[in-house]
Design a protein around this ligand. Structure first.
Ligand SMILES: N[C@@H](CCC(=O)N[C@@H](CS)C(=O)NCC(=O)O)C(=O)O
Ligand code: FES
Length: 239
């Protein structure tokens, strides 16, 4: 049978070090990680689809991970079943697709592989866009403040409490639950303007972000410390 060579952006991961070095080579690059197993029938079809996507989007790094052989990599993404797909920009999770869902996978790749819009030079005669932009920022901040005041304790995290999409978010959820703190949450991976806006508004570059009574409290390390020295309990009983 004639075989067509795999495109260079389509690679098989051989160890977790290999995986990390491929991802770290370009932190702006979009990658599609395909978790599969040789015994799973649906993976055969999806392997073909993945190969097609690699050909169609040469700028996307397509990494095939045999889930049981590379269990460290699979576990770090909490892969429970094959086929499963993860889309990243650098190390940042953009999306997950479980199962042999061809439309969901092709749509997700089409969305994320879209080239970033080029920045248009501002014409000096045209002041309207700048004003419109300022308005938008104001609107975003209004919306962010509303979200932060949605409940007494609000956690901005990656994923949802029952399915966190990052270890830091997973740990803060566990802490709050251990402490018996009721909270609402917002998945920042679903809304890029919230993700970017909160970093600016709260002057804090990462997630999770914990908000109490509308005020930014801290990320995981700070909250962990406040649990240990009793400040979190105090804050929640006083307020
Ligand atoms: N030491 C931090 C850990 C959190 C962290 O490093 N988060 C990173 C990786 S999940 C982050 O949110 N990066 C920015 C982003 O993904 O937008 C804390 O105490 O919360
Ligand atoms: S998503 Fe990579 S460390 Fe959180």
């Amino acid at each position: 049978m004639a075989s067509v060579a795999n495109p260079p952006n389509h690679q098989v991961v051989t160890s977790s070090e290999h995986f990390q070095s491929l991802l770290s080579a370009d932190l702006q690059r979009i990658s599609l990680i395909s978790f599969w197993a040789p015994w799973a029938e649906p993976c055969k079809q999806m392997n073909e689809v993945v190969l097609e996507l690699a050909r169609k989007y040469p700028e996307v790094l397509v990494l095939k991970v045999e889930a049981e052989e590379q269990s460290d990599v699979a576990e770090s993404f909490d892969i429970q079943a094959v086929p499963s797909f993860v889309i990243l920009r650098g190390h940042t999770l953009l999306g997950r697709i479980s199962g042999a869902d061809v439309p969901a996978l092709t749509d997700a790749i089409a969305t994320h592989a879209r080239p970033l819009p080029s920045v248009k030079p501002l014409s000096h005669t045209n002041l309207a866009p700048a004003a419109a932009l300022a308005d938008t920022q104001e609107d975003v901040n209004k919306r962010l403040r509303a979200l932060m005041n949605n409940d007494r304790v609000v956690l901005f995290m990656k994923g949802v409490p029952d399915a966190p999409r990052c270890g830091f978010s997973r740990r803060i959820v566990a802490l709050l639950r251990e402490q018996g703190v009721p909270f609402s949450s917002f998945d920042i991976l679903t809304d890029e303007s919230v993700r970017a806006g909160l970093k600016v508004l709260n002057n804090w570059p990462t997630f999770p972000q914990l908000i109490v009574n509308g005020e930014f409290v801290g990320g995981l390390d700070i909250v962990q410390e406040m649990v240990e020295n009793g400040e979190l309990k105090e804050m929640l009983t006083v307020a």
